[in-house]
Design a protein around this ligand. Sequence first.
Ligand code: NAD
Length: 485
Amino acid sequence: MDVRKYQNYIDGVWKDATNGKTMDIYCPGNGELVSVIPASDTDDVDAAVASARRAFEEENWAFNPRLRSAVLKEWGQKMRENLDDLAVRLSLETGKPIGEAKFEVNGSIGYIEYYAAATRTLFGSTTAVDPYMLSVLSREPVGVIGVITPWNYPITLLMRDMAPALAAGNTIVLKAAAQTTGCTTAVVELLKQVPSMPRGVMNVVSGTGSKVGNAIVEHLDVDMISFTGGVETGKGIMKAAAPTMKKLSLELGGKSPNVIFADANLDKALPYAIKAIFTNAGQLCTVGSRLVIEESIAEEFVGRLKAEVEKIKVGFGLDADTGMGAITTEDQFNKVLGYIEIGKQDAKLVTGGYRVTENGLDKGFYIAPTIFMNPPMDSRIVQEEIFGPVLVVQTFKTEEEAIAIANGTRYGLASSVWTQDIDKAMRVGRKLRAGSCWINCYNKLFPECETGGYKESGVDRAGGVEGLMKYTEVKHMGIDFTPQA
Ligand code: NAD
């Protein structure tokens, strides 16, 4: 295996952690060493924040949208030229199938291209408050942003946060999840080929969340934290950020309902229901992990679902015929197996429910696509995010019951409604307490479209115009031009 060594990036210089320590990252698909990353300390964070602060104040970045647009566009082009290599590193570190990895890198380029253009449209407003007074609202960058990302879609989630933060004129200190620091850093390494990026605007410090992540969150000179990850980590970050009153953007977990009525186009709904949960082995924040289906069609639909799901080939990410790859971390693998045991107590097992070990897969973290039917509403497999290839089927008889089941968790990230009755789609869709609601599709995500959480699924939105504006402060300027006697 081609083992790659990565470094921190501080003030335009690639360097090891000052303590000289490193962490080894292993491929979840076969257990082999793939990446060596810095195990940084708080002094590396201090240096990165100082670099980002200097660049924010001194470089020609914060107030130069044309430069920002050109840099982001060029960076996106370099990503496109290196798409295949980035996808292989992504697949090796996450275990995801190579086709999904290419799709992810391609989608990430979509984010950087979108925000490269949007940076030139950062609008404000003007109000004539009296004959000789104008009130001008303009958008300014927030300052130094700490971007903290998870391992499940490491390149997309990097771009979804970093591209708008840079587009708005901020400077960045990035800490990626340790498992996927390699492929994330590989994207930043492409800046070697983008000479117009000013020194210190982009900084990377790698290491653990408890040390490096926490030091960024508590740092006096960081103005905002943009965090994507689990709900409990998000709550900890909210507390740790309170003493310095940082702005926060929190994109957290979900337990999203995919609601199917009996009058839906079931031939269209079937493949969507499968992709909604088994893409990336269920490790996607917006997965449709609860299939909420009208009772009259449930048995037949679940029978068809089972037949299709049993055809999914579980395997190594770089094998061309793999349909579903490994679970990305050992902790997550054990967590998912734990939920499967709970499911076996609380519900009927339709398919799956075991670790896959044949054909050499015993060296990796593989789990069969799993479906449970009709657990009680208070079961932990209904109420908690599993973040793995485990679908829970819940049935309903009426529209009201569908809405109550769909809204019946502490999460509120995504949802969908399947019906050919547009009135019903609108009635139900508007009552679902979630940041996204798809009608007759699922997980159709675009850079132009906002996602984010109601309830405990998060604070603020990512993507689209909202996802750009959150990286700005609103400045009011009152201009008095009263004639002087
Ligand atoms: P996680 O919360 O364990 O870690 C996320 C990041 O936070 C990592 O970089 C980690 O090192 C860092 N971190 C951990 N402890 C920290 C601390 N005390 N201070 C600062 N940083 C710290 O999440 P994960 O396991 O990497 O990712 C899975 C979770 O992310 C799931 O819950 C998933 O739903 C969520 N997620 C949400 C979205 C969204 O858009 N809403 C997208 C992807 C993933």
